[in-house]
Design a protein around this ligand. Structure first.
Ligand code: PBG
Length: 322
């Protein structure tokens, strides 16, 4: 036998030499939920995750920093009393997200802070965009508000803004709005291919942000499509996106691979709440070994072509990656 592939697997040292994909804490972005309250409240729909108070948030960020995680994305839980049809709270300079940004930047100036740009936590309709009296999601009117939201976050210190709303033309509009106010250095991490996915269920529970009526299929993508994802990706690239994101991650590895092959931009993938919960609950039942499955799932997402991964496991798994 001339070829014995097993020779390259004969010891840990040799396996390490031939390893094709790496995974380090620096590849991870840690999503954090926050609320305007004093305590840190466990989220029933997402065991292991909390709605952090500002102090709790700072402590959690500091602990993650010590493990090598330097990038964080913030998701606010907004009380029903502040949700309106016009989602005005989304660009309130004194709102929860701008306050958290200022607080964290003051305490820990070196961290990378990312904010979600979409209206669903602020909108009494629970949609990412404004809803017309006839129930339609209004594109251009929403884009105008997303620009205000992005500017509000940039003024408070966001390093990257991440539009997750899937409205058409929002990347170009946000880029222009940022540049006009001298925020040329604020990056856009665009959710280029965000699918209308059942895997977001636990997240909507965490923020009480589920749509009050209808679904998100007129703006988020059909899970059956991949060529359409390439179209979305090239539009966002042309509009000035700095990073392209695919979401969810695990069930869409082919989409990650194809976008990575077609674009020269860095690629992000979001291991979403449903992916997190499937691993968590199987591990809680004693059916799988959590850290091993988490590592394998993240390595698979990297192997598919993602440079960075948003994952709720970031802090738990980081010690294993050093
Ligand atoms: C909404 C948003 C969602 C997630 C991130 N931003 C939910 C949605 O589109 O309904 C989902 C994240 C997750 O499930 O972990 N703009």
């Amino acid at each position: 036998m001339l070829s014995r592939p097993r020779r390259n697997r004969k010891s840990q040292g040799v396996r390490q030499l031939v390893r094709e994909t790496s995974l380090a804490p620096g590849n991870l972005i840690y999503p954090l939920f926050l609320h305007d309250g004093t305590g840190d409240v466990p989220i029933p729909s997402m065991p292991g995750c909390h709605r952090w108070s500002l102090d709790g948030l700072a402590r959690e960020v500091e602990a993650a920093l010590k493990l090598g995680i330097e990038a964080f994305i913030l998701f606010p839980a907004i009380p029903a009393s502040l949700k309106t049809k016009g989602a005005e709270e989304a660009w309130n300079e004194k709102g929860l997200v701008p306050r958290a940004l200022r607080f964290l930047k003051q305490e820990l100036p070196e961290i990378v802070l990312i904010t979600d740009i979409a209206l669903d936590p602020y909108n009494s309709d629970g949609h990412d965009g404004l809803v017309s009296p006839q129930g339609q999601i209004l594109n251009d009117e929403t884009v105008e508000i997303l620009c205000r939201q992005a500017l509000c976050h940039a003024r408070a210190g966001a390093d990257l803004v991440a539009p997750s709303d899937m409205m058409d033309g929002r990347v170009a509009a946000i880029r222009q709005a940022l540049d006009q106010e001298n925020f040329a250095d604020v990056s856009i991490l665009s959710y280029a291919a965000k699918y209308a996915s059942a895997y977001y269920g636990p997240f909507r529970g965490a923020l009480d942000s589920a749509p009050k009526s209808g679904d998100k299929k007129t703006y988020q993508m059909d899970p059956a499509n991949v060529r359409e994802a390439l179209r979305e990706a090239s539009l966002d690239e042309a509009e000035g996106a700095d990073i392209l994101l695919v979401k969810p991650a695990g069930p869409y590895l082919d989409v990650i691979r194809q976008i990575a092959d077609h674009s020269t931009l860095p690629i992000a993938a979001y291991q979403v709440s449903g992916e997190y919960l499937m691993i968590k609950s199987a591990a809680a039942a004693g059916w799988i070994d959590e850290p091993s499955v988490v590592l394998e799932s993240l390595l698979g997402i990297r192997r598919a072509g993602a440079d960075m991964i948003l994952t709720y496991f970031a802090k738990d798994i980081a010690p294993r990656l050093r």
